[in-house]
Design a protein around this ligand. Structure first.
Ligand SMILES: Nc1ncnc2c1ncn2[C@@H]1O[C@H](COP(=O)(O)OP(=O)(O)OP(=O)(O)O)[C@@H](O)[C@H]1O
Ligand SMILES: CC(C)(CO)[C@@H](O)C(=O)NCCC(=O)O
Ligand SMILES: [K+]
Length: 255
């Protein structure tokens, strides 16, 4: 009955094995690997796993990476399945101009966020923030409609862009300060507040649009770095994409 959920981002692959394909199922095992090392999964991290009986993945790293992961999945007797963005699924309606062009990670995280809100009896708007290689800030209204969202460069990309586009900005990582007085702190603070500023902006706009304050759910590898500097109430939910994959799989089995 065990279910393998896989989230392939632009930097890392994250995976988790659940006791069953149901929201809230127990985690049996989990791990992460940089994309450079995914060809070793079957011989390393996955070698001693109890064979999963089904899997669903979410991939934004392209077809070549997906095929490399499918080769690793040949370790077990299961058919690889990958989530794609559609017009509606898992209680969410996709407002993108071309629904299929929405990143699968954003779509799955929106479904995970909706499932979280539902499980807690919350029926208002939800702001869904992912802090990874790129940053996304997505708005979900109380009826489960995805209204639209922002894509921003992640902190690492911002700093590398400044380093490569200037002569004088090669400095070590600094601290986040309200009034930075050296280059390191100025860069680190600028990147952080560019991200929190976008989140706070969308929070105001979504509140205005819905006439009600959204709850804010934040996920992604660097969410914990942004969280202390964000001036709105929010929750870190590390498993948002996995929760979306569980909700989608449960939904599919129920059909
Ligand atoms: N201080 C910081 N504040 C915000 N983001 C940061 C900070 N330091 C690093 N980052 C970002 O975090 C990213 C790495 O996070 P990590 O690889 O854990 O995320 P991820 O969710 O696994 O990414 P992906 O899913 O895109 O592969 C880096 O690309 C960088 O942009
Ligand atoms: C924006 C990222 C890189 C965030 O991981 C991913 O969701 C993606 O590649 N999206 C496709 C474009 C879009 O969502 O409009
Ligand atoms: K991601």
């Amino acid at each position: 009955m065990s279910f393998l959920a896989i989230d392939i981002g632009n930097t890392r692959l994250k995976w988790a094995q659940y006791a069953s394909p149901q929201p809230g199922a127990a985690v049996l095992a989990q791990g992460a690997a940089f994309l450079e090392t995914i060809d070793e999964l079957a011989d390393a991290q996955w070698k001693n796993l109890a064979p999963p009986t089904s899997m669903l993945g979410c991939n934004v790293a392209g077809d070549a990476v997906r095929r490399r992961v499918e080769e690793q999945l040949e370790l077990w007797d299961l058919s690889p399945r990958w989530a794609v963005s559609t017009a509606h699924d898992g209680g969410v309606r996709n407002g993108y101009d071309h629904p299929g062009r929405l990143g699968a990670d954003r779509w799955v995280a929106l479904i995970g966020a909706r499932s979280h809100a539902h499980a807690r009896g919350l029926d208002g708007p939800v702001l869904v923030v992912m802090i990874g290689t790129a940053v996304t800030v997505d708005a979900l209204d109380g009826e489960g409609r995805f209204l639209g969202g922002f894509i921003l460069p992640g902190h690492g990309i911002m700093l590398r862009a400044l380093e490569s586009g200037t002569a004088g900005l090669h400095v070590p990582t600094g601290e986040v300060r309200d009034f930075p007085t050296n280059t390191s702190d100025a860069l680190t603070s600028g990147g952080t507040f560019a991200i929190t500023g976008a989140i706070e902006h969308m929070h105001r706009r979504l509140q205005r649009h819905c006439g009600r304050a959204p709850i804010t759910l934040m996920t992604g590898g660097a969410g914990w770095k942004v969280s202390p500097h964000l001036d709105i109430p929010h929750e870190l939910v590390e498993s948002l994409i996995f929760d979306g994959l569980l909700a989608l799989q449960a939904h599919r089995l129920a059909l």
